[in-house]
Design a protein. Structure first.
Length: 349
């Protein structure tokens, strides 16, 4: 059987990603090549993502990255069978760049184009790992402005079990880091500083920890961090900052672990998939692994390189939809038309 090769484009925020994935029959999809450009250095001067600058940089990067991917794979555009792209959610201007290039390329090559939900890409990214999961499973999606727990029965079969009612876990990391004077992107910097701190040095809240429901709330934690920052003053010693970073990280991790275990108990499932940028956090992985091992639960993560936004997860999601015959359900098109969806619930994908 001739394999289907999917060229995927991701441009929802501040990373430009392009990748080529191949799928044949019932075999697991295979990553042939990928290339990624991060805009972190550009946005650091502003303390966060500037949407207009992000869009312009995607324009500069997307085609050279596509050429790099094809070169890595030793293939040409004529070897591509399907073009996939992130339709949303994300920054409208950034999404338009990737979608416009992908759909135009598909039209020029007389190929179908398939829009993909950004969070579905994250959700399915562990299928590219050395230890891919099996359906069904509970998924903890902790990506940027999203924190959700979902029951996943198959590709496209998603049930939201719980989600954040205000700030997401990633926002709690980034906003707390900013309060501590750490550079953008704050989450990884806070995690590194936390390695040198005492997580019990500050008594920080764990919002909704004992609510009995798999929903999240992190706005109160951010406020508590702000209060502590004001108490310690403008020039705290490095150890105090490390202690507060460790306490902040511990509070976020405790909530994510407790809610994940609750979702597993409610569903009766014994498999957990963790995906999204916060899924790269070492302390979270350590705590989840320990808690799930006691309960006989298998935990799966994407490779660290695939935790951030990337083209591989978009091409992978498209390949899995093709494999299951889901690509043509009103989404696959050849007419050159497209739309982006900056706000888009995964349950509506």
């Amino acid at each position: 059987m001739k394999p289907t090769r999917v060229l995927g484009f991701e441009s929802s925020c501040d990373e430009t990603g392009v990748a080529l994935v191949e799928v044949a029959g019932d075999a697991p999809p295979r990553l042939l090549a990928q290339a990624l450009h991060s805009q972190i250095a550009m946005h650091q001067a502003y303390g966060g993502v500037v949407p207009e600058l992000a869009s312009r940089d995607h324009v500069r990067r997307v085609l050279p990255l596509a050429r790099e991917v094809l070169s890595q794979a030793g293939l040409t555009l004529r070897d591509v069978d399907l073009v996939a792209y992130t339709q949303g959610p994300g920054l409208a201007g950034a999404l338009l760049v990737g979608a416009g290039v992908a759909v135009s390329l598909a039209a020029a090559l007389d190929l179908p184009a398939l829009p993909i939900h950004h969070l579905e890409g994250h959700l399915l990214s562990p299928f590219l790992s050395a230890d891919p999961p099996e359906f069904p499973f509970v998924a903890l999606l902790v990506s940027g402005g999203h924190t959700q727990l979902m029951r996943v029965d198959d590709v496209g079969a998603y049930e939201i079990l719980g989600e954040t009612i205000d700030d997401a876990a990633g926002e709690a990391f980034d906003k707390s880091a900013k309060l501590l004077g750490l550079p953008y992107p704050g989450g990884p910097h806070l995690a590194r500083l936390a390695e040198f701190g005492n997580p019990e040095a500050f008594d920080l809240p764990r919002p909704l920890l004992h609510s009995g429901k798999p929903d999240f709330s992190f706005a109160g934690l951010k406020t508590a961090v702000l209060t502590q920052v004001k108490k310690i003053g403008d020039s705290p010693c490095e150890q105090t900052r490390a202690d507060l970073a460790a306490a902040t990280q511990a509070a976020i991790v405790d909530v994510l672990v407790k809610k994940s275990l609750l979702a597993l108990k409610e569903t009766g499932l014994k498999r957990l998939v963790v995906a999204g940028g916060v899924g790269a956090n070492a302390r979270l992985r350590e705590a989840l692994n320990a808690a799930c091992a006691k309960r006989g639960v298998r935990v799966h993560y994407p490779e660290l390189a695939l935790c951030t936004d990337n083209g591989a997860m978009i091409a992978m999601a498209a390949a899995l939809r093709v494999q299951r015959g889901l690509a043509g359900e009103g989404a696959l098109r050849r007419d050159g038309g497209f739309e982006v969806r900056p706000r888009w619930e995964l349950g509506a994908a």
